[in-house]
Write a protein that binds this ligand. Structure first.
Ligand code: FMN
Length: 295
């Protein structure tokens, strides 16, 4: 294990470790405006939502590590406390990166990066027409985290209006996680694309009270075949199958085959049952996996 103290590292080294580890980060593409009416557009991946009621997001234009100067986006929100958070999808990612070039103050990155300005309803900065979700926001507070290069500035904003492109909605009018085609920032030049190929679901255990991994019998819990994810699935059930349910499952053809082939061979039987349970778990058949394990 490599163990590090931030105080022993340069800011650039520390930033490298943190940005590779704290990833992927969502990207907000922020449009702002200064008092003179100059429009700015810049991406920030130090960004997230922190509250739904009220709807609060935070992004952080940091002081530049190179020369400790501040970013135009920060200067603008201090002058005009409004912005639009535009969500970035795959089709926009390279133009978004272009908008992060350190153009001189007053240069409009909508024009440099080739995006279309769309007038906002409630705030002065325009929206990015190409963005699938555009959120008009009022800046409620800016918190400066330090005076040196790399110091963040938390721009705390309240979302006042949300515009969503209809082609990313499902039949219920909700955002389809695959259709929105999000991208996120990782370390260095790495990005990831969130598409159908790498999306998966983990059931939210909000309405259930799983038995917990500690309640799984030791022989199963200490299995060399079942993974941590498998134990998470097994521990998420509220109760184990009853004896009669396990008895009924004995007619399952694959289980029967394992049982017949391992008569008098408890070591192999356990191994094969665990392998079978693992396959069932990978198919999401948690109760059947329990029945196989308790056979
Ligand atoms: C995808 C992406 C994410 C970025 N995230 C941040 C960030 O969270 N904080 C930051 O200070 N700079 C970040 N940058 C760099 C800024 O976008 C860049 O410094 C930009 O030029 C600032 O523009 P401004 O001075 O016009 O506000 C990011 C760049 C890219 C391409």
């Amino acid at each position: 294990m490599l163990t590090l103290n931030p105080s022993d590292l340069s800011t650039a080294e520390l930033q490298n470790y943190l940005q590779y580890a704290i990833a992927p980060r969502p990207i907000c593409f922020v449009s702002t405006i200064d008092k003179a009416g100059n429009i700015n557009l810049s991406p920030f991946s130090f960004f997230n939502m922190f509250s739904t009621n009220p709807p609060i997001c935070v992004f952080s234009p940091a002081r530049r590590v190179r020369d400790n100067t501040t970013k135009h986006s920060l200067e603008n929100v201090l002058q005009v406390p409004e912005c639009v958070i535009n969500i970035v999808n795959y089709d926009m990612v390279r133009q978004t990166s272009l908008a992060s070039v350190e153009y001189p103050k007053g240069v409009n990155e909508f024009i440099k990066a080739g995006f279309t300005q769309l007038a906002s309803d409630l705030v002065k900065p325009p929206r990015v027409a190409e963005s699938p979700v555009q959120m008009e926001c009022i800046v409620s507070r800016v918190i400066h985290l330090g005076d040196n290069g790399g110091a963040g500035n938390l721009v705390i904003v309240e979302v006042k209006r949300i515009h969503i492109r209809e082609d990313i909605l499902d039949e219920n009018g909700k955002i389809d996680q695959a259709k929105i085609d999000l991208v996120a920032r990782l370390g260095g030049d790495w990005y990831c694309r969130v598409g159908e190929d790498n999306l998966f679901k983990v059931e939210k255990p909000v309405r259930t009270l799983g038995i917990g991994v500690d309640s799984i019998p030791l022989a199963i819990r200490s299995s060399h075949i079942l993974t941590g994810n498998n134990l998470g699935q097994l521990g998420n059930v509220e109760h184990l199958p009853a004896d009669d349910e396990i008895a009924q499952f004995q007619s399952d053809p694959e289980l029967k085959q394992i049982m017949d082939a391992t008569i008098g061979d408890s070591t192999n039987r356990e191994r094969e049952l665990h392998q079978y349970a693992r396959r069932l778990l990978e198919e999401g058949r948690v109760i059947e996996a329990w029945k196989a394990l308790l056979s």
